[in-house]
Design a protein around this ligand. Structure first.
Ligand SMILES: [Zn+2]
Length: 531
């Protein structure tokens, strides 16, 4: 049976960037775009070229992608010609495969917000689509407030959509801008639109203000729309946009959609969904939502008890899809047996062979549980988990010992009269019989400590010269009664391998020290440094 193509349009970098508390840097945007491209979305809407330096920089710097990189902006302003509108000119000049225009489609808004006539708004849509087509771009039109507009004056809302389609826009996207539409309304209205514009040219852009953005997206697809717009983890203004992390597996795994539609995300890439979702959270320094459908840590977790034994016998009883399909895994809480098998699976992945009845497996499991209870998160810190496991098995040599360290932060007025803050660290390390003392200044106390630690490790120094810290993230957790600090450090070396280590302590310097030490020791183990 031939399946119809359904297109995914990601707007994490545009609509998602409107989320309260989200500020993507240019580097973040480039990393997320690469991740989305690898995942297999069809369009990546990256921002408004010309509106701010980051978005403008993105279009100048992004490398080619499989997905269509899309620039977003307004149709020409009323009362201006297309050739005399600087906003439109910046949009047309951007290095983009596609341009998504936004235009009002609610007569009331055209008059009050745009302060123009219905006819001038239609002319602006036609002129803008024509100008972008002439530049060789694929064109999309986001019809803002389409559903409210349709309810108020269906003929005008439709006229806006048709104006773009007739002028050659590839897609007309129906936006539920304030997120107030309900699934049965979306289904009925999209059905009407598809009578005049073929469904394979119609998209849906839903917001989550009644927590039905995902349901509204599927309602639109049932009614004929063939493009879904959304964001990773449902990021977006107010209550967010339709969550692609829920939409993608539903399209892939639920027969109602899977038998009818093809999407650009392969079965193999679907396995990386948990990873993509968590990577975005890590970049935003947010704790992943444990209860997120499909990808949350609790999405396939069952409390020990009657369910646990049933689930071991017949997983399908309590699991609507196989957790592995999206890169998640089954968790049986408070069940030693399941914990053991998770630990054994991890050990096997690392390449450590241990007999399944080895008592050290149970000790490692206890240690992990105890540490996780006080704030460690080994899922996010693969290298620290590996060290913990190797130590338990007696496979980490005693390379060196930090006998003491001292970090100080000084703020003073410089000779030039500026207020400056200087950090210094002194580290006393014992390597074999040698005692080495190193001091370093840094841009902050952790940086100074890192530099001093790695300045002189005696006979091990040659193994760590290629070591580099690439990311440093801090989160304050409330574990039990007191707040603790969790530090995650990402490192890489000359081979390009990346790893993450963790430290937890009430003291941020101590937490950082643990994570730094793990990173150095991991590098020594990995490089096969002799004891
Ligand atoms: Zn939106």
């Amino acid at each position: 049976m031939t399946r119809e193509r359904l297109y995914l349009f990601d707007t994490t970098l545009r609509d998602g960037a409107q989320t309260n508390g989200v500020d993507f840097t240019l580097a973040d945007k480039l990393v997320i775009a690469r991740m989305l491209d690898e995942l297999g979305v069809d369009y990546i809407e990256a921002g408004y070229p010309g509106a701010n330096p980051i978005d403008t920089g993105f279009f100048a710097e992004h490398r080619s992608a499989r997905a269509k990189i899309t620039a977003f902006g307004m149709t020409r302003r009323p009362g201006r010609s297309a050739s005399n509108d600087p906003g439109l000119a910046a949009l047309l000049a951007a290095e983009a495969d596609a341009i998504c225009f936004v235009a009002k489609s609610w007569d009331h808004q055209v008059r009050t917000a745009l302060e123009t006539t219905e006819e001038e708004n239609l002319a602006s849509i036609r002129d803008s689509v024509r100008a972008a087509k002439a530049k060789g771009r694929e064109v999309l039109l986001d019809c803002e407030h389409f559903f409210d507009g349709y309810k108020a004056k269906p003929a005008y809302a439709l006229a806006c959509a048709e104006a773009a389609y007739d002028e050659g826009a590839r897609w007309v996207v129906l936006c539920d801008t304030n997120g107030g539409a309900l699934p049965h309304e979306v289904e009925a209205i999209v059905g009407e639109v598809c009578k005049v514009i073929p469904g394979d040219h119609v998209g849906i852009h839903a917001h989550n203000d009644t927590e039905q953005a995902v349901a509204n997206s599927f309602a639109a697809v049932r009614a004929g729309a063939r493009q879904i717009q959304g964001t990773l983890n449902g990021l977006g203004e107010r209550c967010g946009n339709a969550n692609l992390v829920s939409i993608i597996p539903t399209l892939k795994l639920k027969p109602e959609f899977a038998q009818k539609f093809n999407i650009g995300v392969s079965d193999e890439k679907l396995h990386s969904l948990v990873h993509a979702s968590h990577t975005l959270d890590e970049m935003l320094n947010r704790a992943p939502n444990r209860h997120a459908p499909y990808v949350g840590e609790s999405a396939f977790a069952t409390k020990a008890g009657i369910h646990a034994s049933a689930i071991m016998k017949e997983p399908k009883t309590y699991e609507h899809v196989a957790p592995e399909a999206v890169g998640n895994r089954r968790k049986l809480l408070v069940s030693d047996q399941a914990g053991r098998s998770n630990v054994l699976a991890e050990l096997e992945r690392i390449g450590l062979t241990v007999d399944k009845d080895d008592p050290r497996v149970g000790r490692l499991l206890d240690e992990v549980k105890e540490r996780e209870a006080i704030g460690y998160a080994y899922e996010a810190a693969d290298a620290s988990f590996e060290l913990l496991a190797r130590r338990m098995l007696g496979k980490v040599p005693h390379y060196f010992e930090v006998e003491k360290f001292d970090v100080n932060v000084e703020q003073r007025i410089s000779a030039k009269g500026d207020r400056v803050t200087v950090s210094q660290a002194v580290v006393k390390v014992k390597v074999g019989d040698d005692v080495l003392i190193s001091a370093s200044e840094g841009i902050g106390p952790v940086n100074a400590l890192d530099l001093a630690l790695r300045k002189d490790l005696g006979k091990y120094q040659s193994y760590i010269t290629g070591l580099e810290l690439t990311d440093y993230r801090v989160r304050i957790l409330n574990a039990g009664t007191e707040a603790v600090t969790r530090v995650l450090i990402e490192s890489q070396d000359e081979t390009g391998e990346h790893w993450t280590t963790i430290g937890v302590s009430p003291n941020i310097i101590d937490a950082s020290f643990q994570a730094l030490m793990d990173s150095i020791v991991y590098k020594l183990v990995k490089s096969g440094a002799p004891a």
